[in-house]
Ligand binder design. Sequence first.
Ligand SMILES: Nc1ncnc2c1ncn2[C@@H]1O[C@H](COP(=O)(O)OP(=O)(O)OP(=O)(O)O)[C@@H](O)[C@H]1O
Ligand SMILES: Cc1ncsc1CCO
Ligand SMILES: [Mg+2]
Length: 263
Amino acid sequence: MPDWGSHLSEMRRRAPLVHNITNYVAMNVMANVLLAAGASPAMLHAVEEAAEFTPLAAALTINIGTPSAPWVEGMQASARAAREAGIPWVLDPVAVGATAFRRAAVARLLDHAPAAIRGNASEILALAGMAARGKGADSADPVAAAEDAARALAQRTGAVVAVTGPVDFVTDGPRGWRVANGHPTMPRVTALGCSLTGLVGAFLAGAVDRAQATVAALAYFGLAGERAGAVAAGPGSFQVALLDALAAITPEDLAAGARVEPA
Ligand SMILES: Nc1ncnc2c1ncn2[C@@H]1O[C@H](COP(=O)(O)OP(=O)(O)OP(=O)(O)O)[C@@H](O)[C@H]1O
Ligand SMILES: Cc1ncsc1CCO
Ligand SMILES: [Mg+2]
C-alpha cells in the first residue's frame, strides 16, 4: 500500500493556493477546512476576474451548489484557464440530477477536462446518465450502487472520480480503492462534502499520482471526522472539533489511521 501520509506532508510543504468557486453555503466552512489542513484558500467567482486569477493558483475547484447564469460564466472561464495553464481542477456536481440548468452547466464544464470529480452517490449516478434518487444536495443512493457509474465516468472523462458516503470509492477507471474512514455525524453538517472537494484540490496540486492523492485526501478528511466524532456532543461541536483534528493530524497519524483497500 502507498504511504498515504506522504501526500499530506507534500501538501503541507507546498501549502498550495487553491482557487475555489463554490456555493454560498460552503464558502466559509470550506475556507476554514483548507486553512486548518495547511493550504491557502481563495474564494472568488466573478467572470470579470475569475480566469485572470486561476493561473495564480496551484489548483482550482468548481462547485455548482448555488448557481446563477453569471456564476456559471465565471466557472467556464476559470475551467478553461485551468486547462490552458495545466492546473488541476476538481468538479463538485452538487444536485446535478435535480435541474436542467445544472446538467447544462456541468456538461459545458466537462469540456475543460477536470482532473477529478467528487460527489455523493446520487450525483455521480446522475452525471453518468444513470437513474439517481438524490434529495437536493443530499444523497439517497448507496455508494456501492455508483461504483460502475464512477468507473464509466472516469473512462469517459479521464478524471479521477470520487464517490463519498459511509465508505468512499475512488477510481481512475482501471484502478479503484475504498476508503472506510469517516463518521456518521459528517452528513449532518452542511458543506463537508464541498469542503472535501477543496482538500482534493489541495492534494492534487503538484501530485504525480492524482488518484492516490485523491484517496489520501479522503482518508485524511475521514480520519479527522473520526477524531471529531470521538469528542463532539453533536453536529455543532463536531464542526469545531473537525477543524482542530484537521490541523492536529500528522502524516504519521494518517499513515497509521488510513483505512484504504484496493477495489
Ligand atoms: N454515514 C457516513 N459515515 C461516515 N462518513 C460519512 C458518512 N456520510 C458521509 N461521510 C463522509 O462525509 C464526507 C462528505 O461526504 P458526503 O457524501 O456527505 O458529501 P456531500 O453529500 O457532497 O456533502 P455536502 O453536499 O453537504 O457538502 C466524506 O468524507 C464522507 O466519507
Ligand atoms: C445545502 C446546500 N444547498 C445548496 S449547496 C448546499 C451545500 C451542500 O452541498
Ligand atoms: Mg455535495
